[in-house]
Ligand binder design. Sequence first.
Ligand code: SF4
Length: 404
Amino acid sequence: MTLLTPPAAVAPTRAMPARLFAAGPRADAAQHAACYGPLPGASALVEELRASGLTGRGGGAFPVIAKIDSLTGPPTTLVGNGSEGEPLSRKDATLLHHAPHLVIDGLLLLGAALNPGARLVIVAHADGVDSLRRALLERGDGQGIEVRVAEDRFVAGEATAVVSSLSGEPALPKDHPAHLTERGLGRRPTLLFNVETLAHVALIGRYGAAWFRGLGTPDDPGTRLLSISGDGIGEHVLEAPGGTSALDALTAVGAEAGSIQAALVGGFHGRWVPARRLARPLTARPAGDGEGVAVGAGVILALGAATCGLSVTGSILRYLAAESAGQCGPCVLGLPRLADRFDEHASGRELDAGHVWQLIETLPGRGACHHPDGTAALARSALTVFTDEIDRHRAGTCSEGRHR
Ligand code: SF4
């Protein structure tokens, strides 16, 4: 199973209602305008966003209107974040490759609504940067938008890391930062949204909140992009209505339900979900036990029956330990030890469950950002979901057929 490749665009899979890719592959300005119509005025945008219930599509699922309402003044900088540090995510790269004009529209609309004089910036990886620059040359507006290259590391996409990078510092999360909407870039109110969020803003600005709520559920309205990969199914980006289950999304891209033992939902800071729970709806915010599965960064990784979940988790933990900013105790001391324990266990040594659980419980809440918390949650879910695998390892075998 290949886990760690740089972000790249893939062809969007058309298996469910498509809004964000309706203009077709690599839509230019003319195709974009023919599909969606001209950019509207922004006078009603904020109230339409309030009624829409749109949540951020970068992973935190924070309500868009709550972020706008928390501004302590007109934002001096608006940022579109396409940093996509999550190694399994392809959705932002795919969106920028095929529908850059929607992202530009969303940023222009928000700027017009909140502060027409604001600095507008989009941060993206190389392919997205090329696509955005080409799109900006095609249109008459948006000439003031800056396009910046994102750093290629896991924590570089975190909001305060992006703002640090824009101010000329390393793209690392800030230790106990003020809210960006209060003191962000240049210590002035700053608004940052994931690029997919901006694309939805562009559509809500055109068609309104009621149209947006025409798909999805009351609690999770609209659609979202999912990056789907795993054993035997390749890589896909699927636009799915809120409330879709991981199982429906996987089968929509060709996975056989019976061949999946579990799926990692939400990305490297997500959770392993056993096959019997994959039919539960994906939810924007963490759901109560038995109610749903938090979709996080929109990533679903399917694990086939012949792949060892402990081994895959060990690889991810090793990656996450190396990707920390190296500035806080739990990352410097705890994450490498946790990765070591999983590696040892995957290679046949008896799991010291007490030590692993102790490590997991001491990581959360002690770093400057949520990297240790997310990593601990992933490890916790692996120990909970792969209990049969732990027993197999104790007996000297594993799903991949290896023996001590
Ligand atoms: S918790 Fe870890 S990733 Fe986050 S800022 Fe501290 S060292 Fe960096």
